[in-house]
Design a protein around this ligand. Structure first.
Ligand code: PEP
Ligand code: MG
Length: 556
């Protein structure tokens, strides 16, 4: 038996036989062609492009959900742009003409050039798109070579692949495979987006998966642990057979609690709101009936290749969310473009020009976002949350921008903007200026991810520092207790977001400290809610008061 790790998607589990789909590069030969046939060779190339566009347009017809379709439309638009890029669409015919050669060779040449150009790009998001370019150009190549790949039979199998395109995955899903393991892919890659939308238990970015896993190997995917177990012994296999059964029957059972108000057994109200990391999660979280949205990371709107920084785009996105969650609290966090967010900004460090720092240095950019949010606030009550605040001065500047934009919108008319302004408490400096900040804003939201990272000087993206990034470090626990007390003393609402809220054990501790408002991820939402429904608040406080994590004893 051996174990491989990657990036788990969909919080799913499955067990089955591996089916390998290795996709090798095309072996394209140079064939010289007669001068008289050049025109028809160029026509053949254009026809292949048209056929490919037709193929990608129809490939999404199989997806029933309108929402999932929308997400793929962005990918299709990007692929069409590639196919119509002058390097492909204009240069390939030129090469055919100049070299008097076959279309396949000309196209392959251009693909190599495009790949080289992509490799020069530093931005990780665009670098990641290299794979999309290869996928779509290979599709044209396939049409030219009329070498349609034999469709593999993956029914009830776990697909193990090195290079599957998102469209091919869509095709294969019709056969009901059990899961997917991909050697390539990151959390933002299109294969991951499609796998997530298809709700297929998947692990992506598993280096060398296709050489380490063999055809018909027994495979277990546990995406809750980001792990794949290969050829396990009988005991582990039967452990997983049971685990999978209870895992899915628990999920079914949890459906029943969706409509329930989140009250502990002794009727203490706890607010569980959704965290939205990507537009694709909005409908999924809506379906779970949360107490609103605790954190909408607006920077992720840029995940959609079609999203550009226009007022219309922002307004449309925010309005549709506010509408969907009307009468519930929705917190839009202004841009936190950051080092770790794969966006097209030049942030070279998690402590660099990110979030509110970027927004205040690029006021035109920030005003567009603010204006859109304020326009939405004319129709719905919303919360606007500003990330990465380190000083009072920054909040004053944000307030000035808000005032300026409000004046622009109202043009002497008396309008009622219905919003609350909050800041994130995620940088240790804010702990010492809470009182001053509380006079400028309506609420605080603790960003535990960064608070832990900066308090413990432990880069949250460095896997070697996992042990050090410990939420239970006495310093972090003391800070959280302090914040809970300050929230009461300063009479300002304080919610909590960040990964710790997805851990029920830690969430219980936070409840015992007096917090009651949490932003939780979609995939953990119902199981967290279920645990809270079964808590006895008074008993929990009494029990936790005795524990070391409550009476923080530094020698323990
Ligand atoms: C945090 O820092 O805890 C947080 C919620 O913000 P992000 O993870 O987006 O930095
Ligand atoms: Mg943060």
């Amino acid at each position: 038996m051996f174990i491989l790790n990657g990036i788990g998607l969909n919080n799913g589990l499955c067990l089955g036989k591996a089916h390998l789909i290795k996709i090798d590069d095309f072996n394209v030969e140079f064939n010289s062609i007669d001068k008289k046939k050049i025109k028809s060779e160029i026509d053949r190339f254009y026809k292949a492009i048209d056929k490919t566009i037709n193929y990608i347009d129809t490939s999404i017809d199989s997806i029933e959900s309108k929402f999932q379709k929308n997400e793929l439309i962005a990918l299709i638009a990007f692929n069409k742009l590639i196919l119509k890029d002058p390097l492909i669409y204009e240069e390939t015919p030129k090469i055919i003409k100049n070299h008097e050669c076959n279309a396949e060779w000309a196209l392959n040449n251009n693909l190599k050039l495009m790949i080289k150009n992509f490799e020069k790009i530093k931005d990780p998001y665009f670098k990641d798109r290299k794979k999309d370019v290869i996928d779509i150009v290979n599709k044209v190549m396939e049409v030219l070579l009329t070498a349609k790949k034999k469709i593999p039979n993956v029914t009830n199998k776990i697909i193990v692949t090195n290079n599957l395109s998102p469209y091919e995955l869509l095709d294969l899903k019709k056969q009901n495979p059990k899961g997917l393991i991909s050697a390539t892919g990151s959390i933002s890659s299109h294969i991951a987006i499609v796998a997530k939308n298809l709700n297929l238990p998947s692990i992506v970015g598993v280096k060398n998966a296709t050489s380490l896993i063999r055809e018909n190997d027994d495979v277990i995917i546990d995406s809750t642990l980001d792990s794949i177990l290969i050829n396990t012994d009988k005991n582990i296999k039967s452990f997983y057979v049971k685990k999978i059964k209870t895992f899915y029957s628990d999920i079914k059972k949890l459906e029943k609690i969706k409509r329930k108000k989140t009250l502990t057994l002794d009727k203490k109200r706890i607010y569980l709101r959704g965290t939205i990391d990507s537009p694709s999660e909005i409908n999924k979280i809506l379906n779970l009936n949360p107490d609103g949205i605790g954190l909408f990371r607006t920077e992720f709107l840029y995940e959609d290749a079609n999203f550009s920084n226009t007022e219309k785009n922002h307004y449309k996105s925010y309005l549709s969310i506010a509408k969907k969650f009307k009468n519930k609290k929705v917190t839009f966090r202004t841009f936190d473009m950051g080092f770790d967010k794969n966006l097209n900004t030049k942030v070279d460090s998690p402590m660099g020009l990110r979030a509110v720092r970027y927004s205040l240095k690029n006021k035109d950019f920030f005003e567009i976002q603010m204006k859109s949010l304020l326009l939405v606030s004319l129709k719905f009550n919303i919360n606007i949350l500003v990330p990465f605040i380190t000083s009072v001065q920054e909040v004053i500047e944000v307030r000035k921008i808000i005032k300026k934009v409000q004046n622009e919108i109202s043009k002497k008319e008396k309008l009622r903007f219905k919003f609350k302004l909050g800041v994130m408490i995620e940088i240790p400096s804010t702990l010492f200026i809470l009182e001053e900040l509380s006079k400028l804003v309506d609420f605080f939201s603790i960003g535990t991810n960064d608070l832990i990272q900066f308090t413990l000087a432990a880069d949250r993206n460095n896997a070697d520092l996992n042990e050090l990034s410990n939420p239970s470090h006495p310093a972090i626990l003391k800070i959280l207790q302090y914040l809970s007390l300050q929230s009461k003393k300063l009479n300002i609402p304080m919610s909590i977001c960040g990964e710790v809220t997805n851990n029920i054990d830690f969430l219980k501790l936070l409840i015992s400290y007096g917090f009651d408002d949490f932003s939780v991820s979609y995939s953990n939402f119902l199981s967290i809610k279920n645990s809270v429904l079964n808590l006895n608040f008074k008993a929990l406080v009494a029990e936790y008061k005795k524990s070391n994590r409550y009476k923080i004893n530094l020698l323990n």
